[in-house]
Design a protein around this ligand. Structure first.
Ligand code: NAP
Length: 240
């Protein structure tokens, strides 16, 4: 039986991935702060779901992962889905810090732990949900886009490291555009190409199965990525 850890599984993409993997008979260890939401997932298959109430913005993700791996008796894949975005027009440092604590510090703790664990184990799969936002700055939510750039760059660095060390550790960087989850804060109708959650999660699962390096969700967002790369900043700045 395959085993996976999903950090940030209480809603949105993390929950959707958890449900998909459960339907594929994975055994899961899932975490987030809202335990009641995690318990709802456990109810679907109590034997195959272990629940951990945890705030990943703390410096203690190693203790969480120690417990999860111990209780699962080993793990094949670790997925980081926790993430927040805050509009910060006034450049309030405390808002940026909140974003950075989860999207940078929490992320780094989880993926470094995962990488070192999989080196010892002889292989494994690390998945992170970054964003198309990783490829461009944002004047309204500067730390969000910058934190996603950090994640994407960090994962690429780990891919290079795995290659150099000749260990079969696969690293999948998932870059969604817009997906219909709580993070959109009710602005769905003002946005474009918003993917239904189940469609997004199905595409993510296929990318994971194929051990893809970078995947755009949905696929059409690759076009936006291309435009970001080729358009001059004097045009791009009108949108961000
Ligand atoms: N939806 C989109 O359009 C979109 C686009 C690009 C990238 N993404 C990325 O996708 C990832 C998942 O977001 P989503 O869209 O699924 O939104 P979501 O429904 O708001 O999910 C966010 C998840 O992060 C968890 N989380 C938040 N703060 C946490 C903390 N301090 N400790 C532990 N977990 C925490 C939440 O759980 P608790 O609140 O229960 O702790 C929840 O499970 C994020 O990294 C986001 O940046 C989303």
């Amino acid at each position: 039986m395959k085993k996976a850890i999903i950090i940030g599984a209480s809603s949105g993409i993390g929950k959707g991935i958890s449900l998909e993997l459960l339907s594929q008979n994975y055994k899961l260890a899932i975490s987030a702060r809202r335990k009641d939401r995690l318990d709802e997932i456990k109810k679907i298959n109590p034997k195959n779901v272990l629940v951990y109430e945890f705030d990943s913005a703390t410096e203690q993700n190693n203790t969480l992962l120690d417990s999860m791996i111990n209780d699962l008796n080993g793990v094949d894949m670790i997925i980081y889905c926790s993430g927040i975005g805050i509009i910060n027009k006034e450049l309030d440092y405390l808002k940026d810090k909140k974003v950075n604590n989860l999207n940078i510090a929490g992320f780094t703790q989880v993926v470094t732990y995962a990488f070192n664990y999989f080196i010892k184990k002889g292989g494994g799969h690390i998945v992170n949900i970054s964003s198309v936002a990783s490829e461009i700055g944002n004047g309204l939510a500067t730390s969000y886009n910058a934190s996603k750039a950090y994640q994407a760059n960090y994962l690429q660095g780990l891919r290079f490291k795995a290659f150099r060390m000749k260990v079969p550790i696969f690293l999948t960087d998932v870059r969604p555009g817009f997906v219909d989850t709580d993070i959109l804060m009710g602005n769905k109708d003002k946005l474009f190409w918003v993917a239904p959650l189940d469609k997004a999660c199905k595409q993510i699962i296929i990318a994971i199965e194929r051990k893809r390096k970078i995947i755009y969700i949905t696929k059409r967002w690759k076009l936006i990525s291309l435009l970001i790369k080729i358009l001059p900043e004097r045009i791009i700045r009108l949108f961000f």
